[in-house]
Write a protein that binds this ligand. Structure first.
Ligand code: 13P
Length: 250
């Protein structure tokens, strides 16, 4: 069955005291997870173990980044098996910030997804077009190309992959995709998944929207047929905003 998911990507924000305060505030909110809602938190890696130890079952905790190699001489890196060993259950792969700023190409992303799945981590695979690509009417072909790398995975593996559609022009800009724009892209992603993996798998895959999602626009976006929740950046850094977004997902 398709999960309804709200995920908070904290990116490289918040020093230790502020991060702990936000996490404790969220824990205290007794967030309602009925109706099969899943709430995921992706803090900076240095906070993962502490957050996992403090978790009261309200959240699943994921890592924003890790290295595709299993182990070895990779100074400064963290592996999927290390994440799994501390109780992490999710990872983000393919975020536009990693693709663009850290030059992660398709091969790196395939390798990252492979090791994540091998170690029993669930994956949110992010895709999204730039403003220029949208203006050139290449937004669908861009997403189609980004989804194509999922062909490297079997049906058994794909069941552990969720998709996040994050138009780059909407990330951190305050400019959200309109419900029509988001709906069109989420419908398209579902169609692409259907042609890649068949109707049943496509139907069971959660597709999240990300890009300036806030308490102001979340309810309208989440009402769209193929939007199964959100991947939230800025608005996840405030306990009230994040929990309001969770509340409107039904
Ligand atoms: P914002 O919600 O800040 O636009 O960030 C979205 C995002 O990149 C989540 O991964």
């Amino acid at each position: 069955m398709r999960n309804k998911i709200v995920a908070g990507n904290w990116k490289m924000n918040l020093d230790a005291d502020a991060a702990k305060r936000l996490y404790l505030d969220l824990l205290n909110k007794s967030i309602d997870q009925s109706d099969g809602k899943m709430i995921l938190i992706f803090p900076p890696n240095i906070y993962l173990q502490d957050f996992i130890e403090r978790n009261n079952g309200s959240f699943e905790i994921g890592a924003q980044n890790f290295n595709a190699k299993s182990n070895g001489a990779y100074t400064g890196e963290v592996s999927a098996s290390q994440l799994k060993s501390i109780g992490c259950s999710w990872v983000l792969v393919g975020h536009s910030e990693r693709r663009i700023l850290f030059k992660e190409d398709d091969q790196v992303l395939v390798n990252k997804i492979k090791t994540a799945l091998k170690h029993g981590l669930n994956v949110i695979y992010c895709c999204g077009e730039s403003l220029n690509e949208r203006e050139q009417l290449q937004h669908k072909s861009k997403i189609q190309n980004q989804l194509a790398l999922l062909k490297s995975f079997s049906l058994d593996e794909v069941q552990f992959i969720s998709i996040a559609y994050e138009p780059i022009w909407a990330i951190g800009t305050g400019e959200t995709a309109s419900p029509e724009q988001a709906s069109e892209m989420h419908d398209f992603i579902r169609e692409e998944l259907t042609s890649l993996f068949g109707l049943e798998t496509a139907d069971n895959t959660s597709i999240l929207y990300g890009g300036s999602c806030s308490p102001r626009n979340a309810e309208t976006l989440f009402k769209c047929d193929n939007i199964d929740g959100g991947l939230i950046g800025g608005a996840a850094l405030d306990a009230d905003s994040f929990s309001s977004i969770i509340e409107v997902l039904s």
